[in-house]
Design a protein around this ligand. Sequence first.
Ligand SMILES: [Zn+2]
Ligand SMILES: [Zn+2]
Length: 316
Amino acid sequence: MSTPAPLRSRPQTLTSLRRWFDAGANPATPGDADGDRLDVVRVVPFVAMHLACLGVFWVGVSATAIAVAVALYVLRMFAITAFYHRYFSHRTFRASRPVQFAFALIGASCVQRGPLWWAAHHRHHHAHADSPLDLHSPTVHGFWRSHVGWFLTRRAFATDLARVPDLARYPELRWLDRYDVAVPVALALALYGLGAWLEHAAPSLGTSGMQLVVWGFFVSTVALFHVTVTINSLAHRFGTRRFETRDDSRNNALLALLTFGEGWHNNHHFFPGTVRQGFRWWEIDLTWYGLRMMACVGLVRDLKPVPAWVWARARR
Ligand SMILES: [Zn+2]
Ligand SMILES: [Zn+2]
C-alpha cells in the first residue's frame, strides 16, 4: 500500500529545508520516483539570488563596486576551473593540502556546492556524457534542464562519495562539502563589513555595505554561475569538433574566453587527463596560464601536459 502524497512530502520538505544549512542531512536516496522533479525548497533561494540582483536599483553603483564584482568573478572563476574542475575532478596537477583547501574554500564561495559534490557529478558526466544517464546533457534533456534544472532536482542533491574516494579521505574537504553554505554567507558578511567601513573611511568612493553585497556577491555570483553552466548547456551544442568523441562536446572560442579556457570542451572530453584545455597556442586558456604562474612560484606542481599521441587523433 502506498503512502498518501501529503504524508510523504512533508518530511521531504523538512529535509530540504535542513539541507539549506547542512548538506549532509538525511543522505538522499536518488532512486525515488520524484527524483527528477525540481525541489521547490531549493528553487526558492536560487530564484531569490537572482531577484537580489535587482537591488542595484536601490544601492546604486560605483567604480569600487564594479571592481569588487569583477575581481571576485576572476578569482572565483579561476577557483572553479583550475581547482573544482582540473584539480579535484581530474587530478591534472598536484598541490599541497593548504593550497588545496584554500581553493576549495574559494570554490565553495561560488554557491556551486562543495568540492566533493561538484567533482562527483563531473566525473559522472564524463563517464556518461550525452547518454540518458548524463544529468545535464542538452542533447538528451534540453537546454533548461542542462543549464539550471538538473542540480535543483532531488536526484542531483546528494554527494556520491563512491566517485570521489581520493577526495573523501580529507576530513576538511568532507566538512566543507557538508557545510558549504557557510562560505558564501561569510563572503557576503565580509563584503558588507568592507563596504560599511569604506563608507565612513573613504566616502569619496561612493560605496556602502549593501552596495558591495549586491554587486560583489549577488551580481558577481549569478554571472559566474550562468557562465560556468554554459559549458553544460552550450558547449555540447555549439562549436567545432576536432576530435571524434562519443559525446557531443564542442570547442567554442567565446565560451573559452568567458570561462578562462573551459570552452575548449571537445579537446577536454577527448583527453581530460591534461591540465590544458586549449591545445593549440592560439586557443586562449587563461586558467592554464594562471596555473603555470602558480607552478613558477611553487604553489602547484606536476602539471600534466598533452601527450603526443593525442595529436595523431586530431582532425585539424
Ligand atoms: Zn562536457
Ligand atoms: Zn571535465
